[in-house]
Design a protein. Structure first.
Length: 339
């Protein structure tokens, strides 16, 4: 075959791929734009565009159905766009942030995260919650909310309804923390640093951490944000360990779990950002792009979620989310009291 023929075949293949992918990709992009607009118009900083996008996607799927022509693009957003966003998340983190938290703070964050994840998996078994769903609730509660749920699902390989249910749990209980913790912090007269570490080590979403942290003052808000970002870094080893365990189990019904190479990309970007941080203006642009790509991925998740299957899971996973929330909040407060 001549180089000209090969070039024509490649061009046709690219055109075919674009034709198949663009409708669904455009749909998830449109939902992400709408979700971002809703968040901005609401004037509520803690209202996550990710959750709005998932709800909008679910509404479209369950009211009108998902067009067959959109499915390849939706799958692309749910996999490739998501993984790119997680890699870019590394530009929000540096090793200096870990140092700023200090050894006692890192100990609180690490112990709280590991203990919550293990407790939630154990409680899931005790309550009879399906293992994959329990693992997703555990990841979302212990690490960083919706981002952790969808990242962990690359190796857990739960259903779209599992992911939606887990995100609903971390949204509800993280929002309750955002409302309750400022009041509790005042009642217990926690200092700004200790309050910030408590919030950063235990509240689910970054936006919820910011909302709860800065209600206690600028110093507490900054401490909470840094603690939370330090906690996000731990998403990488968690996914690598879960991926290795899944491969050892052989993946069973869903086949062997893939190696989460994108997590290594995330770690590489954290190291790069630590050595050569981006200019402030570019950093803000990358942060915005990352959030938007994650919003597209959640829109795709919503478009794949059947509410009837979600209802069929019953109340037990919600009870598990509540137990995990109470556990992480109480343990984190107890550990902060020791430092």
């Amino acid at each position: 075959m001549s180089s000209t023929d090969q070039g024509q075949q490649n061009s046709l293949a690219v055109a075919g791929w674009l034709g198949a992918t663009l409708p669904g990709l455009g749909l998830t992009l449109a939902i992400a734009v709408a979700a971002t607009a809703v968040q901005r118009l609401s004037g509520i900083p803690a209202l996550s565009p990710l959750v709005v996008a998932m709800v909008l996607g679910m509404a479209l799927r369950n009211l009108f159905g998902t067009p067959a022509a959109a499915r390849p693009g939706i799958a692309f957003s749910l996999r490739r766009v998501l993984r790119l966003a997680i890699v870019l998340l590394g530009f929000q983190l540096t090793l200096e942030q870990l140092r700023a938290v200090g050894l006692p703070g890192l100990a609180v964050i690490s112990v709280t995260l590991a203990a919550t994840f293990l407790f939630t998996r154990w409680a899931g078994r005790a309550l009879g919650v399906e293992a994959r769903l329990a693992e997703l609730i555990a990841a979302g509660t212990s690490v960083c909310g919706a981002s952790a749920v969808i990242a962990t699902n690359t190796v857990t390989r739960g259903s779209d309804e599992d992911v939606a249910y887990a995100i609903a749990c971390v949204t509800v209980f993280g929002s309750l923390s955002m409302l309750a913790m400022p009041l509790l912090g005042e009642m217990m007269a926690l200092g700004p640093a200790n309050y910030g570490i408590w919030v950063g080590a235990t509240v689910h979403e970054v936006a919820q951490v910011v909302g709860a942290g800065f209600q206690h003052g600028a110093e507490a808000g900054q401490a909470a944000t840094v603690a939370k970002l330090s906690r996000v870094i731990m998403l990488a080893p968690l996914i690598l360990v879960l991926g290795a365990l899944a491969r050892r189990r052989g993946g069973k019904a869903h086949g062997a779990a893939p190696t989460p190479w994108f997590v290594l990309g995330f770690v590489a970007v954290v190291l790069l950002n630590s050595a050569l941080p981006l200019p402030e203006a570019l950093q803000a642009e990358v942060v915005g792009l990352t959030a938007f790509l994650l919003t597209m991925a959640l829109a795709a998740m919503g478009l794949e979620t059947d509410i009837r299957k979600l209802r069929a899971k019953g109340i037990r996973p919600l009870a598990l989310g509540a137990l995990a929330w109470l556990f992480i909040s109480t343990l984190g407060l107890g550990l902060v009291a020791l430092i």
